[in-house]
Design a binder for this molecule. Structure first.
Ligand code: GFB
Length: 298
């Protein structure tokens, strides 16, 4: 999802875009990554690839989330260094911060408290990615930077209900409940956790901005600066989809971290603000789902 958004955004920049699709390159395979990098020799590398998923996938496959992400980032960063890549941008996640960090979460809250258990494996891998960039910068003087996006959504999202994040899950559930004429749809947990969301196209725009203007050691939060409860999100999705039934709660499913609104000041001070509002963003995501239902249901 983020890689495609970056391709759309970079098309306006007049640069040659090299992509490494899943079929073409296994990012977990160190020698394949080294060979690809030596052959293509990019000037800039953006690490948008990762093993990602929603709260249940993170909680169910801790080994995959830790191992795959450590390997992907370590292989890419080392291969980039060996091939004199001028600039590298590593993407992390807002789950790197402590479960009970003060809100909104400042970049400096990193490593100040225990992580949220449902996604600590993914978080540890992403923290290691930040530290790799800082270590290569410190030891080798290279311009490797890190950005921490909030929960993202948009075209190309994963709509599998077992592995998806909350927005695609709610879009699909509301759509299917509407078609079935169901009396209700079910959300996981209490509906009280708050989340901050950003459209993938806004995220891509922020990342290109960072590549142009930022060369610092510290990671930068990439968010909208606003959050909402899961229940409010579900109500908005139901309105957009046109499902008028009731909302049920499955309390056997986890809530995860109670809140993770990130402080947006660093990115705003660097001259970037989001452009796509929640309603507009959700409408475009729903349209993409309707146009790609066969693919989205895989
Ligand atoms: O988006 P989500 O799966 O990830 O869940 P996290 C956000 C909130 O939505 C949680 C609730 O409180 C869920 O319990 N929720 C309600 C649902 N209904 C549903 C549903 O049908 N599906 C899903 N998936 N959630 C992830 C991390 O945490 O956020 C990752 O696990 C990553 O590592 C990502 O950082 C951005 O926001 O809880």
């Amino acid at each position: 999802m983020v890689g495609s958004a970056l391709e759309r955004r970079l098309a306006r920049e007049g640069c040659e875009i090299l992509t490494a699709g899943r079929q073409e390159l296994d990012l977990i395979d160190q020698s394949a990554v080294r060979a690809w990098m030596a052959d293509r020799r990019p000037d800039v590398v953006i690490i948008a690839a990762a093993k990602v998923g929603g709260i249940l996938a993170n909680d169910t496959y801790p080994a995959d989330f830790l191992y795959d992400n450590l390997m992907i980032e370590a292989n890419l960063i080392e291969a980039a260094f060996r091939n004199d890549v001028e600039k590298l941008l590593f993407l992390g996640s807002s789950c790197i911060y402590p479960k009970f960090a003060d809100q909104p979460i400042d970049e400096d809250a990193l490593l100040t408290g225990p992580l949220e258990p449902t996604n600590e494996w993914y978080a540890i891998a992403k923290i290691a990615g930040i530290k790799l960039c800082q270590a290569y910068r410190r030891q080798h003087g290279v311009d490797y930077i890190s950005a921490m996006p909030t929960n993202l959504y948009g075209p190309g999202d994963n709509y599998n209900l077992q592995s998806s994040h909350v927005i695609p899950a709610l879009i699909r559930k509301a759509h299917e409940a509407k078609l079935a004429g169901a009396p209700s749809m079910t959300i996981w947990g209490t509906g009280t956790p708050k989340r901050e969301f950003l459209h993938a196209d806004d995220c891509a725009d922020a990342l290109v901005h960072l590549l142009k203007v930022y060369s610092g050691n510290g990671h930068v939060n990439v968010g909208s600066g606003e959050d909402m409860t899961i229940e409010a999100l579900a109500t908005l999705v139901m309105q957009i989809v046109g499902f008028e039934g009731e909302l049920e709660k499955d309390l056997t499913k986890p809530d995860g971290t109670p809140r993770k609104l990130m402080k947006a000041d660093r990115l705003r001070d660097l001259g970037w603000t989001p452009k796509i509002g929640m309603r507009e963003g959700l409408e475009t995501a729903y349209r993409w789902f309707l146009d790609h239902q066969n693919m989205a249901k895989l």
